[in-house]
Design a binder for this molecule. Structure first.
Ligand SMILES: Nc1ncnc2c1ncn2[C@@H]1O[C@H](COP(=O)(O)OP(=O)(O)OP(=O)(O)O)[C@@H](O)[C@H]1O
Length: 595
């Protein structure tokens, strides 16, 4: 707050400095020239603080209380809707199966020497392999044919990612012989991103839509046949000693760490694949979600994305030495994983987790309450046919129920987003009102060091006892020598300034009313533009993590409103009256010009 003198006789005004704006200055000059108000005694003009009448304090406090109640109600509604959405998603995943096995058929590559062109039907659930006259049928939850794109695969993966954010442990595996496309499915290429980069994007996107603060950590382990020390805590949570855990604030960092982990993975040439991965590659993303209650324990879930080593016959790969040993270790752990998944699918009492490091590490993410997706990869070098399943009716019923639940889930999600936006608006208004209350009514604790109130200031300057406004005016004129009394021009300027201050007071009152209006009808007036501008700015800054604000479709605001939005809070003229707003701005430019 600084004090400046105006070229009005004896007028003291407290203003905050503003940047000059010629438009406003010119407009103000025009307006003040045309004013024809009766001469007034020289007033003392104060702005910014202590202009809101005392009785409006109650209104403001009432508004704050209303908003607090409203926010609590909205949060409760948000929790219920989120619960409904989670429940629907969980049901969908249960119907689909908590352990699902997909099959992806790799397309022919230029390097494939032998091609057997058999017709392959698409989008079905069964694969028939013909080999030396023997015909074998394999059933999957879904088959991705050769032409299936990375997006097609990811569409099926997406729901269980949401499940990871909801607190379930999730495992996504790529399994298959060497060269069948496991790494292609998990990592992809620069132009055809695979599951892992897409999942990272999606996790951050979904987390940014949610009001709950998330912490996302990334761990990476390549070459699991080393001597890893695995520990299980009393609650059954598994930890691997020496695993690097990094907090990842955004997708860029997440991808950087992922790339770093991938580089550590051992690859070597085999007869079957030039850059064959000679180890399992595990990527773990730990999501910890904090609820509204900051004291409550965070909900922690793990998302594992595993590119398993090739499950080839060792003779066929022509591997020797270390590569052969790696191949053996891979095969052993793969068969242990197969046993665990088979036991879980058949709901056996005993699940043989202890048979390999791989299954020990994944123990807490493969059992109850977890979601598992196994993507089996096959190469097209054999004739493959897929048939329509005979249990078509059952499938249709399943699909119908899944569709219903998906609608239910989407509706709950959309409703939840609306409620979140309402919460953000209400919280924004609440903080505005609290700030207004603080700046307008707070009595400083330390009276000696407290800034002098405008009236006291006046008293000091004029060395007169404190009197009412009327008294001040009378006293003021009577104390000044004749040559200090106002001229016609100065009185005109004063009158303009007085009008402005009165308008300012009105504008502050209207700000209070705006808040009250929201709490009653949930509509927006003055704060909407600033609120949206702030939201836009925060969304522009970071799509993920940094801020949890979300900007739904916003109504168009005109240029002057946006100008207002860019003025800092302390300088913003808060008024729903556009004329008053302009006058006040002009006034300020004029004042700043004089500093
Ligand atoms: N769906 C696909 N579309 C196009 N190219 C593919 C597809 N799947 C695999 N490929 C290509 O096939 C080759 C082998 O794939 P990839 O390296 O992913 O196999 P892999 O199963 O991971 O092998 P390994 O177990 O030896 O590491 C790569 O050149 C890859 O780009």
């Amino acid at each position: 707050m600084e004090q400046i003198s105006l070229p009005l006789d004896n007028v003291k005004e407290k203003l905050e400095p503003m940047e000059p704006n010629q438009d406003y200055i010119d407009a103000f000059q025009l307006e003040s020239e045309s004013m024809d108000s009766p001469p007034l005694p020289n007033p003392t003009i104060y702005t910014d603080v202590n202009v809101v009448p005392e009785h409006e304090k109650d209104e403001l406090e009432h508004s704050i209380l209303n908003l607090e109640g409203e926010i609590a109600e909205l949060k409760q509604k948000e929790r219920l809707l989120d619960k409904k959405r989670r429940k629907a998603l969980n049901k969908i995943l249960d119907i689909k199966g908590s352990i699902r096995v997909f099959c992806r058929v790799r397309p022919f590559l230029l390097s494939d020497r032998r091609r057997i062109h058999e017709p392959i039907s698409t989008g079905l659930e069964k694969v028939v392999v013909k080999s030396v006259g023997i015909r074998k049928e394999y059933r999957y939850d879904k088959v991705f044919h050769q032409a299936a794109a990375q997006e097609d695969v990811f569409v099926e993966v997406e729901p269980i990612l949401r499940s990871a954010l909801d607190g379930h442990n999730v495992c996504i595996f790529a399994y298959g012989q060497t060269g069948t496309g496991k790494t292609f499915t998990m990592d992809g290429t620069n132009n055809q991103a695979g599951i892992i980069p897409r999942a990272i994007e999606e996790l951050f996107r979904q987390a940014s839509l949610d009001n709950s603060p998330y912490n996302i950590f990334n761990e990476h382990a390549g070459g699991l046949h080393g001597n890893l020390n695995i520990q299980t805590d009393p609650k059954g949570m598994v930890e691997v000693e020496g695993l690097t855990q990094v907090q990842i604030p955004d997708t860029v960092k997440a991808k950087r760490w992922y790339a770093k982990g991938r580089r550590a993975r051992s690859t070597s040439w085999t007869n079957v694949n030039e850059t064959s991965s000679r180890s399992h590659c595990l990527m773990r993303i730990t999501v910890s979600r904090h609820g509204d209650d900051s004291k409550a324990k965070a909900q922690v879930s793990k998302l594992w994305m595993v590119d398993l080593g090739g499950s080839e016959r060792l003779l066929k790969t022509g591997a020797t030495g270390q590569t052969l040993d790696e191949g053996r270790a891979i095969n052993l752990s793969l068969s242990a994983l197969g046993d665990v998944i088979a036991a879980l699918r058949r709901k056996r009492g005993h699940v043989p987790y202890r048979n390999s490091k791989l299954t020990q590490i994944l123990k807490d993410s493969l059992g109850d309450n977890s979601k598992v997706l196994m993507l089996v990869h096959i190469s097209p070098a054999r004739a493959i046919e897929t048939y329509r399943d005979l249990t078509e009716d059952i499938n249709m019923q399943r699909q119908k129920r899944i569709l219903e639940l998906e609608v239910e889930m989407r509706e709950a999600e959309e409703e939840c987003q609306k409620v979140r936006y309402q919460i953000q608006k209400a919280e924004f208004l609440l903080s505005e009102n609290r700030e207004l209350l603080l700046t307008s009514y707070q009595v400083p604790d330390d009276k000696e060091n407290a800034p002098i109130s405008p009236k006291e200031d006046y008293k000091e300057v004029n060395n007169t006892p404190r009197v009412t406004d009327k008294g001040i005016r009378r006293n003021r004129t009577s104390h000044f020598p004749r040559f200090m009394t106002s001229t016609v021009a100065s009185r005109q300027r004063q009158s303009a300034a007085e009008k402005i201050v009165a308008g300012r007071a009105r504008s502050l009152r209207s700000a209070t009313r705006s808040s009250l209006q929201f709490s009653a009808s949930q509509s927006f007036s003055y704060s909407e533009f600033r609120f949206r501008a702030i939201l836009k700015e925060s969304n522009r800054k970071s799509r993920y993590g940094e801020t949890k604000l979300l900007l739904p479709e916003s109504p168009k605001c005109n240029v002057s409103e946006m100008k207002m939005a860019s003025i800092p809070r302390s300088k913003a003229v808060i008024s729903s009256d556009p004329n008053l707003r302009t006058t006040l701005s002009r006034h300020r430019r004029r004042m700043s010009d004089l500093i």
